[in-house]
Design a binder for this molecule. Structure first.
Ligand SMILES: [Zn+2]
Length: 222
């Protein structure tokens, strides 16, 4: 095992927990792609809370366990991570949680629409799609995820289950997980006030353009 990559997975798990977009029992898993190899490092514990280096295993993108011990219950969700690495060469990190508000939408089989600007600026201008339910780790569940995720989209709700986010780096994947949870929480609160309102399509595009222009220029300093 590469100690640096193990540490990176442990640090990413700690950041997911610290960010708060996670259920009370801490259930979830984090994986990192190994650059230049058909492999990933993957968390083998049922909870991300208190995860240590002994809870990280090395798995081939064909699903073969290469190093470490992986309990069957965790092994069952390997395929939804490897599928993202197979389908999306740009993806370097995949995070799965049951973050409570986003999971409420997943349980209701309802997409999270573009109610907050951060969704528009992070590749979710068309909202967070919902993958139809399939038994955990089944081929059906994985093919439903693949069907729901369009190119460039970094998050998907797993019906009656939870959330899957994926991006180039752990920082970005964790950021997306937080944005999705925040949008879901705001929308559920807004339901007491007549319901959330989606940002109009042209303004979603404008928000993205503005964010990209700002990124390119940066903040002016004196
Ligand atoms: Zn789960």
């Amino acid at each position: 095992m590469d100690k640096h990559l193990v540490d990176e997975v442990v640090a990413a798990a700690a950041r997911v927990v610290a960010g708060g977009a996670i259920s009370a029992n801490g259930h979830g898993n984090v994986s990192l792609r190994v650059a230049g190899a058909q492999e990933m490092y993957f968390t083998s514990a049922p909870s991300l809370r208190g995860l240590g280096p002994e809870d990280v295993v090395r798995v081939g993108l064909d699903g073969t366990l290469l190093e470490g011990r992986l309990p069957p219950i965790q092994g069952a969700v390997v395929a939804m991570h490897t599928a993202m690495y197979h389908d999306r060469p740009d993806v370097g990190c995949v995070v799965h949680t049951h973050s409570p508000y986003a999971t409420a939408f997943a349980v209701a089989n309802r997409s999270i629409d573009c109610w907050i600007e951060a969704l528009a600026t992070f590749g979710l201008a068309d909202g967070v799609p919902v993958a139809a339910y399939g038994p955990r780790g089944s081929e059906e569940a994985v093919s439903n995820i693949r069907r729901a995720v369009r190119p460039g989209v970094p998050a998907v709700l797993l019906s009656n289950h939870g959330v899957l986010v994926f991006h180039r780096t752990p920082e970005l994947a964790i950021l997306i997980g937080g944005v999705v949870e925040e949008a879901a929480q705001a929308a559920i609160n807004a339901m007491a006030l007549g319901g959330p309102v989606e940002i109009p399509g042209d303004l979603r595009a404008a928000a993205l353009q503005r964010a990209m222009a700002f990124d390119a220029v940066g903040t002016k300093t004196a």
